[in-house]
Design a binder for this molecule. Structure first.
Ligand code: PLP
Length: 364
């Protein structure tokens, strides 16, 4: 099955085979070596040249575990978070801070538009109690890339902490984490890194990590300070998904061999192939060209077809597409192009898609 949903993705045989590494105990040196290797590779991939300024915290969980851990660990007593929301994952950031009443009213933007740095500037002038500003890099709900570097400049100018959910961005979209002085960036193994679900991570500026050691602990499992203290000693506080970590290490090795810039280029080329052929068929992307990501496109459904009929016919041919979310659910479909996919997979999908749509048109 070719997965054209935004994760979990098709992985390479090499990554799949890594699941079969020997059974080990997470309190033994073999696990410390595995963890150290993953942390090192994360820094090499995402903060090249600034490895000594950041630390990588690895967690067992899906992307949301890393996002929640980052948010709830980074707000000191009596301070607040400001969430920037232009889609489902921005909404989730708000939901997380609201569970603990740690937010000021979020800044909400229309779906399909980008976050606006000028509005953030104004909000930060009005709200000295805001310590953390949280935003999504690649808003996967429609495939919008937010202007993280411009936002970071504003947040930095106000001396606040910028937290970025790049769960669907890292590895597939450019992000200059060190250059933009991002304090916390959450990611996960099962999207553009091309690993399996079950491993997530947060990249944290080291100086800020030391400060967070003194912040309130708002949970037991998802506290970054707890992980940091253990991981610095080569240990981990809770039982990790060891086999998934083996595969994660292999996926990171593969990413470093391909090169992050080359992976981004591959995704961009595939996204362009998809968009061009779809437009030739009269199926148009929802998001303006300048905001589109490299790894996912939201399209209006072909005339006369429901999502269910399109999805089921494509699945019968071996391709999984993805539904829309929220109020656009019945009007759109999404095609992601992440994972261990080659040009031929994309071309075969497009041929199948064209055939399905033509047959449906004939039956109208
Ligand atoms: C931007 C973004 N953030 C967070 C998540 C949540 O990740 P998970 O489902 O792994 O918890 C996703 C998943 O698609 C995402 O796209």
């Amino acid at each position: 099955m070719i997965l054209l949903n935004p994760g979990p993705v098709n992985v390479s045989d090499r990554v799949r085979r890594a699941l079969l590494e020997p059974d080990i105990c997470h309190r033994e040196s073999e696990f410390s070596d595995l963890l150290a290797d993953i942390r090192h590779k994360l820094l090499q991939a995402f903060v090249p040249g600034a490895e000594s300024e950041y630390t990588a915290i690895v967690l067992t969980g899906s992307g949301t575990s890393a996002v929640e851990a980052a948010l709830l660990s980074s707000i000191p007593q009596a301070k607040r978070a400001l969430v920037l929301n232009n889609g489902v994952y921005g909404e989730r950031l708000s939901a997380i801070v609201n569970t603990q009443r740690l937010g000021i009213p979020e800044l909400k933007f229309e779906w399909g538009t980008r976050l606006d740095p000028a509005k953030v500037d104004l909000a930060l002038k009005q709200h000295p109690e805001v310590h953390v500003v949280a935003a999504v890099h690649h808003e996967t709900s429609l495939g919008v890339i937010n202007p993280i570097e411009e936002l970071a400049e504003v947040v930095d100018r106000h001396n606040r902490v910028f937290l970025v959910d790049s769960v669907s961005g890292l590895g597939g979209e450019p992000l200059d984490i060190a250059g933009a002085h991002l304090y916390l960036v959450a990611g996960a193994a099962q999207k553009c890194i091309q690993g399996f679900p079950g491993a997530a991570f947060v990249l944290v500026r080291k100086g800020f990590m030391e400060r967070m050691l003194k912040y309130p602990k708002r949970g037991i499992y998802l506290n970054l300070a707890t992980y940091y203290e253990a991981q610095e000693k080569g240990s981990i506080p809770f039982t990790p998904a060891i086999q998934v970590y083996y595969a994660f290490r292999e996926a990171l090795a593969e990413l470093l061999e391909e090169g992050v810039a080359n992976r981004i280029r591959r995704y961009r080329r595939h996204a362009e192939l998809i968009r061009r052929r779809m437009e030739e068929m009269g199926i148009t992307p929802i998001v303006p060209r300048e905001y589109r990501s490299n790894s996912l496109t939201a399209f209006a459904l072909p005339r006369g077809m429901t999502y269910a009929s399109l999805h089921d016919r494509l699945k019968a041919r071996g391709f999984v597409i993805y539904a829309g979310q929220g109020r656009l659910e019945s009007q759109i479909f999404r095609v992601a192009n992440i994972g261990a996919l080659e040009d031929r997979h994309i071309l075969e999908f497009l041929d199948a898609f064209q055939d399905v749509v033509r047959k449906a048109e004939r039956n109208v």
